[in-house]
Design a protein around this ligand. Structure first.
Ligand code: ATP
Length: 267
């Protein structure tokens, strides 16, 4: 459903994404994890066709984004990390606007709007201006908008940020249901417990490279220790020079600190 083949993205001479190859199958709820600045948003923007890779191929629902961008994008719903909403529209008007962009018949838009607003528990606010919505309500409206054209692939950048526990549960259940229906969800998240609970497979990205990919069970086996929680595995797999430095620092006596300073200036 989503295929990345040797994908690289450079910003000037800086390599943000370094030769990533990844395949996400239909029906998967796939977690994309990594520390700040690892390259999650850049990857998501490339999958959504908002950024061009410097090299490599991306296919969405079997369509090459470069050669068949419209076919690929029509099958994809994007929920960005910083979504934009027209504050002066009501929830109903916003979804009608999105439906218009996808050229959906009005009757279909009206039907799906009712269904989605009910699903996201926004029905009572359908005629209110978005400017009066809380962060969580806005987030849910964005999700509803991304599902309006019934995409086969849903790509979500940090979907749970700012949601209360009840809404998190709701969104998790909706994602699970979508995957059970044969859709594919690709979700970046910092919330490891959510990935642990919901994702069928996860990939861990760091410095633009995939460090590990697999089921939680497979990652546990990959991890050198007998750690069981995704958080420990994540921290172990992404522990770079800084972590090593802290370990060295902790084990070094004060007389060695001057010596360490030479190797790790600024510490
Ligand atoms: P976070 O979890 O903090 O949101 P991320 O994993 O989504 O981070 P990206 O936003 O993809 O990371 O950024 C990856 C790297 O690319 C970072 O080093 C970032 O500074 C750099 N980067 C992102 N966008 C640009 C840009 N437009 N120009 C230059 N560098 C960029």
């Amino acid at each position: 459903m989503i295929e990345l083949e040797g994908v690289t993205k450079k910003y000037g001479s800086f390599v943000a994404i370094d030769n990533i190859t990844l395949k996400v199958e239909r029906g998967e709820l796939f977690g994309f994890l990594g520390p700040n600045g690892a390259g999650k948003t850049t990857t998501i923007k490339m999958i959504a066709g908002l950024l061009q890779p410097t090299a490599g191929k991306i296919r969405v629902a079997g369509y090459d984004l470069q050669t068949h961008p419209e076919e690929a994008k029509r099958r994809l719903g994007l929920i960005p990390d910083r979504p934009f909403l027209y504050e002066k529209l009501t929830a109903d008007e916003f979804l009608a606007f999105i439906g218009g962009l996808w050229e959906l018949p009005e009757r279909v838009v009206a039907e799906r709007t009712g269904m989605l607003l009910e699903l996201f528990e926004l029905l009572d606010w359908r005629s209110e201006l978005i400017e009066s919505f809380s962060h969580g309500m806005r987030q849910k409206l964005i999700l509803a908008g991304a599902l309006l054209h019934e995409p086969e692939v849903i790509v979500v950048d940090e979907p749970m940020v700012g949601l209360d526990p009840k809404s998190i549960r709701l969104v998790k259940d909706i994602f699970r249901k979508l995957c059970a229906e044969g859709k594919t969800v690709f979700m970046s998240t910092h919330t490891l417990s959510i990935a642990e609970e919901t994702c069928t497979r996860v990939a861990i990205i760091q410095d633009g490279r995939i460090r590990a990919v697999g089921t939680l069970e497979e990652l546990r086996r990959l991890s050198k220790t007998s750690r069981t929680h995704l958080e420990s595995i994540f921290l172990e797999l992404t522990a770079g020079e800084k972590m090593k430095k802290i370990d060295l620092w902790n084990s070094a006596g004060s007389r060695d600190q001057k010596h360490l300073n030479r190797y790790f200036p600024g510490g």
